[in-house]
Each structure stands twice: as structure tokens, then as C-alpha cells.
Design a binder for this molecule. Structure first.
Ligand code: FAD
Ligand code: SF4
Length: 559
């Protein structure tokens, strides 16, 4: 590589790393970005118009393509070849990784909900977990800037779970689907609101990205840039400044530190040649995803950092949280045999049910501490049929049953807050190395009674909403069976948490590690809690805010 004279080195090109690179390059700083995955260009590689009938197994998911043949994740999934991880006896934990430029943003669901003051200060309200080291007002303007840049559609609802965006920031949401309107009417009878989901999908053209034209499932990737992924937005925009250099297939092994506690750069393996390289930098930003950044830190031992880098608190790897998940669905009689029409709008849910129980919590009326929301699945679900396999018979009669059932099923996916607990953490498995000779992560995971009670409440609520619509629901499963496995919701956070005390946290509010002032973390590792709202909007917002802070420190000569 010709001399590039970067000052800042970023590890990872997903939500956090790409936002850090974008922000810093726009502010005039030279950034070198190392990405473990291969180069990827959605404009050329997204199978936007391919049909399931053209794919092996009708496009169904399998061991190599967990979310279906056309999924945008060209390299990654629950297992990554050559990069194993282990789980402790008695722990169920699944770690979903993408090894490609843009990371998991090529594929994510794009649900993008702001955290609120309730979310940042949970401990002050109920004594559980940890508070974040800032208040909502500090971050609100950064949410506005991020939502504007990323392109989020939705509305200001006025609900206490959904802080408003500044006027003009949000793009208009798509029209609700008919089943969603039925669910909204049913939920209203219980005093629960269903409102437009906030999603990182353009409904109006922006920069050189086009508005959504309802082409294919967004998980296939979006070649027109409507569905936000860093590979069609932040990374090309950062490259256009001339200040960004990216090296793909570069697997970072460790961060180097000198005796004065200053980070000097990183060591990485070139996966193509398997050769090891050392790159220097004045500032290192880890954004390799929560558990991967923690793994790098734990693998960066030094005589002065015997427990791993930035780990004087002993908190690196601890406080591992995922979202809780559960699902309940049914057929709605009123939707059977409904007329066919074009259901315009992106392929995610257009309405969802935010958490409605803040007041009930304050009054002590609930037997679990934190909230959840419901993502609603419904609609004609092209290009699949969305019809359950319980139909019986042959020929015309069978076809009629399938036609009547098409578009008549709805589902509630619960996503809830998990609190940190002592049984959920990651560490290094000293007995297992990956293909590159790097010791792997080992996961410990357990839900507590608090999450199980939350699931029980959620299933009962979903059942009531469905039964109001005439659906027949069998006996509900016990919460222990219904709850997702750890990691399955793919919202793993907390392993390098931020805080206001160096004894109890790994970084300060700027993602700057307490132990090395030129080392930063900008992924969900820094989350002090894991509110029920999907994590990525907040990862990007913090990365933008904290990278801007770094630029100011450089200007002042502090960094
Ligand atoms: C199916 C699915 C649905 C999802 N839906 C939603 C949703 O609706 N809303 C939401 O908020 N979130 C959702 N998520 C989660 C979301 O994708 C992640 O929260 C987000 O991408 C995390 O950003 P990140 O930058 O921390 O990590 P990633 O996006 O995972 O990027 C990390 C990058 O770092 C690279 N890397 C890792 N280790 C190294 C190393 N050692 N050296 C160099 N590079 C490295 C990786 O290859 C990767 O490209 C979903 C995820 C999946 C898979
Ligand atoms: S539905 Fe819209 S946003 Fe999603 S992939 Fe198709 S065009 Fe892109």
C-alpha cells in the first residue's frame, strides 16, 4: 500500500466503524479502515429481481445461507468457516457474524427506534443494571443528525416510549397494511397503540440513493440504496472525500500498546496470504461488533495490562446482553380469502406496537422491570406464500384452501429488554484458536426470572389482541420454552460498557477507554443497558457524536 499518512485507524466497516470513518473523513482526517471480510458492492451483487423459483431449494435457508439463498450476507451467518467460538456447558448462545464490507448492515432488519430518558436512566428508576453516563438531551441532537443522514421513515407519535425527532428529520412512513390496521383496532381496545415503525428505508430520494420502490425483501440487499447499508451510503461518501483507505480481508488480531499506556497501532492477518502485518496509528477505534471488539481487547495482553487491554475494571467481556425474543401468530378469520392487491411499501412491518407500560412500571403494577415491543408480521409476503403447511387434501380443493389462507396470517415478534447478570459474559477460550491463530471467544449465557416474566406477560398480551380478532390460540407455551436462545435476536451488547466510573466501566461517555486515552470503542459493546429498542441507530448515533468529539480533541491538541 502506498504511504497514506493516516492518523486514525478504524477496525470494522459495519454500523459503528463506517459512521466513525464517515464522520472523521468529512472533518478532514485521514482514516485507515481494516475490515476482516471481503469487498462487497450491493449495486452489483444484490439479487433484487431474482425469484425463489430460480434458486436451489426454492430459496430456503440452509447451513450456509441461514436467512435464505438470496440473503445479502455473502459471507457469514451463525457459523463462520475458520472462525469458531465456544459456549460454556449449560449455556446456549448463538453468535451471528457477517464477514464482508459493511458487516451486518447489508442485511439487518433496519428497525431504528430512539432510546429515551427511561432507557438511559433505568437504574435510577428501578435500581437494576447500570445508568448511561449522559442524559437524553445530550444525545437528542445527534439522533436528529443520524436519522437525517441515514434516512429513517416514521412519524412522531407523542408516545412516552418514542421521543420525537426534530421537525423535518423523518421521512414519511409507508401506508399501514390492512392486517396491521385490524391489529391496531384490536390493541386499542386494550389501551395499547400501534404506530408507524421507524425504519432505515428511504421513502424519498436522498443524496444519490433512490426511494424504495418495493422491489424485493430488503434482506437481499438493496442495489438502489433505499434500504440503508453502509456499502451504499457512508462508505462511498467517506471514500469520496479522498481521506479514506480501506483494506479488506484484514483480520485484526490485537492492539499494540507501549509502556506509557499509549496505543501504537494494531496487528492484523492478511487472510489471503495469511501473513501478519503491523500498522501504526495515533488513534485506534474498535468497531468490530460488541463481542469481537471485546475479544480483540482480551487478546491484547501486555505486562502492564495482564487481564487484557483497557480491562483494569475487569469489565471487558462482562455484562453481555441480547434482546429477549418470542413469537406468537395466528390466522385471522376476517382476512381469509381477501381480495388481492398490491401492498405498496417496504418489506418490513409498517406498524408496530411500542412499549406502553411505563406508567404501570412507575406504579409497581408489573412483576418484571423493563419493557418490550411487538414487531408485526403480516401481508401477502411476496415472493413467498406465507401460508402454513397444515392444509389437507388434493387438487382444486387444496389450491382453494391455500388461496383463501394467503395473506390471512399475522404474527407478533416480541423484542424486550434484558438486564445484565453475572451468568452472562464472554471470555477467551485459551484452548481453541481460529484459522488465523487467534484465540476464540467463549460464551456464558442465562436468562433471569425477570426476562421470563416479561415474556409471559408479552405472550398473554399478544394472545388477547389476536383473540379480539377472532383468532384461535392454543395453550401458550411456558416462557422458558418460548424465549429465544441467547444471541438469537442478534442484538448482543454491553461487553465494553461505558460509565462514569473507571472502576465499573471500560469507557467514558465518549467511548474512550479509561486505561488508554487514544483507544476508543464504537460498537454496541459500549451500551450500559440494552433497551427493548433495536440497537443499531444508537450505535451509529454514538459513533457520530464520539467521532466528532475526537476531532475536537485533535483540534485542541489533546489527542
Ligand atoms: C438478521 C438480522 C436482523 C437485524 N435487524 C436489526 C434491526 O432491525 N435493527 C437493529 O437495530 N439491528 C438489527 N440487527 C443488528 C445489526 O445488524 C447490528 O446491531 C449492527 O450491524 C452492529 O453494527 P457493528 O458495527 O457493531 O457490527 P457489524 O455490523 O457486525 O460490523 C462489524 C464489522 O467488523 C468486522 N470485523 C469483525 N472482527 C474484525 C476483526 N478482528 N478485524 C477486522 N474487522 C473485523 C466484521 O467483518 C464486520 O464487517 C440485525 C442483524 C441481523 C443479522
Ligand atoms: S423493498 Fe425497497 S428498500 Fe427494501 S430492498 Fe426493495 S427497494 Fe430496497
Amino acid at each position: 500500500m502506498p504511504a497514506f499518512n493516516h492518523k486514525i485507524l478504524v477496525v470494522g466497516s459495519g454500523a459503528g466503524g463506517a459512521m466513525a470513518a464517515y464522520t472523521l473523513t468529512k472533518l478532514g482526517h485521514k482514516v485507515l479502515l481494516l475490515e476482516a471480510g471481503r469487498d462487497y458492492d450491493p449495486k452489483k451483487e444484490s439479487p433484487m429481481f431474482r425469484r425463489n423459483s430460480e434458486a436451489p431449494l426454492m430459496g430456503a435457508g440452509n447451513k450456509d445461507k441461514n436467512f435464505g439463498f438470496y440473503d445479502a450476507t455473502v459471507d457469514g451467518g451463525w457459523q463462520v468457516p475458520d472462525e469458531p467460538y465456544t459456549t460454556a456447558k449449560g449455556s446456549d448462545f448463538y453468535w451471528w457474524r457477517a464477514r464482508m464490507l459493511g458487516g451486518r448492515t447489508n442485511h439487518w432488519g433496519r428497525y431504528s427506534l430512539r432510546f429515551s430518558e427511561h432507557d438511559f436512566k433505568g437504574k435510577s428508576q428501578d435500581g437494576h443494571g447500570a445508568d448511561w453516563p449522559f442524559v437524553y438531551e445530550d444525545i437528542a441532537p445527534w439522533y436528529d443528525k443520524t436519522e437525517e443522514l441515514v434516512g429513517i421513515c416514521g412519524t412522531n407519535t407523542g408516545l412516552d416510549d418514542m421521543p420525537p425527532s426534530a421537525p423535518g428529520v423523518l421521512q414519511p412512513p409507508p401506508t399501514p397494511r390492512v392486517p396491521e390496521l385490524l391489529i391496531a383496532a384490536s390493541a386499542k381496545k386494550l389501551g395499547i397503540a400501534a404506530v408507524p415503525m421507524h425504519r432505515a428505508v428511504l421513502t424519498r430520494n436522498k443524496d444519490d440513493r433512490m426511494a424504495c420502490f418495493y422491489a424485493t425483501p430488503c434482506g437481499h440487499g438493496c442495489s438502489i440504496g433505499a434500504a440503508f447499508q453502509t456499502t451504499t451510503s457512508l462508505l462511498p461518501m467517506a471514500k469520496a472525500t479522498g481521506n479514506l483507505e480501506i483494506i479488506t480481508d484484514a483480520m485484526v488480531k490485537s492492539v499494540a500498546v507501549n509502556d506509557d499506556g499509549k496505543v501504537t497501532g494494531v496487528t492484523y492477518i492478511d487472510k489471503k496470504s495469511t501473513s501478519e502485518h503491523v500498522v501504526s496509528a495515533d488513534i485506534v477505534i474498535l468497531a468490530a461488533s460488541a463481542c469481537e471488539s471485546a475479544r480483540i481487547l482480551l487478546n491484547s495482553k501486555h505486562t502492564k495490562h495482564p487481564k487484557g487491554l483497557a480491562n483494569s475494571s475487569g469489565q471487558v467481556g462482562k455484562n453481555l446482553m441480547d434482546s429477549t425474543g418470542a413469537w406468537l401468530g395466528a390466522q385471522i378469520p376476517a382476512l381469509k380469502g381477501r381480495p388481492r392487491y398490491n401492498e405498496d411499501g417496504h418489506t418490513g412491518n409498517h406498524l408496530f406496537i411500542p412499549w406502553w407500560g411505563h406508567q404501570a412500571h412507575a406504579k409497581g403494577e408489573l412483576n418484571f422491570p423493563r419493557g418490550y415491543h411487538f414487531e408485526i408480521s403480516s401481508g401477502f409476503n411476496q415472493p413467498g406464500s406465507g401460508v402454513s403447511g397444515d392444509k389437507r387434501g388434493y387438487g382444486v380443493e387444496l389450491k382453494q384452501q391455500v388461496r383463501d389462507a394467503y395473506g390471512s396470517y399475522v404474527g407478533f415478534a416480541l423484542r424486550g429488554e434484558m438486564l445484565p447478570n453475572d451468568d452472562s459474559y464472554m471470555e477467551i477460550d485459551e484452548n481453541v484458536k481460529d484459522k488465523w491463530g487467534i484465540p476464540v471467544s467463549k460464551f456464558h449465557f442465562k436468562w433471569s426470572d425477570r426476562e421470563l416474566k416479561q415474556i409471559e406477560h408479552g405472550l398473554k398480551t399478544a394472545k388477547k389482541i389476536l383473540e379480539n380478532l377472532g383468532a384461535k390460540i392454543d395453550k401458550l407455551p411456558p416462557a422458558e420454552k418460548a424465549i429465544s436462545k441467547g444471541g438469537e435476536i442478534i442484538h448482543e451488547v454491553g461487553t465494553t460498557r461505558m460509565g462514569s466510573s473507571r472502576k465499573e466501566s471500560v469507557t467514558n461517555q465518549w467511548g474512550q477507554t479509561w486505561d488508554c486515552d487514544n483507544l476508543f470503542v464504537m460498537d454496541a459493546g459500549v451500551f450500559a443497558s440494552n433497551p427493548h429498542k433495536n440497537c443499531t441507530l444508537t450505535i451509529m448515533t454514538l459513533a457520530m457524536r464520539n467521532s466528532t468529539w475526537i476531532a475536537k480533541q485533535i483540534e485542541k491538541g489533546v489527542l
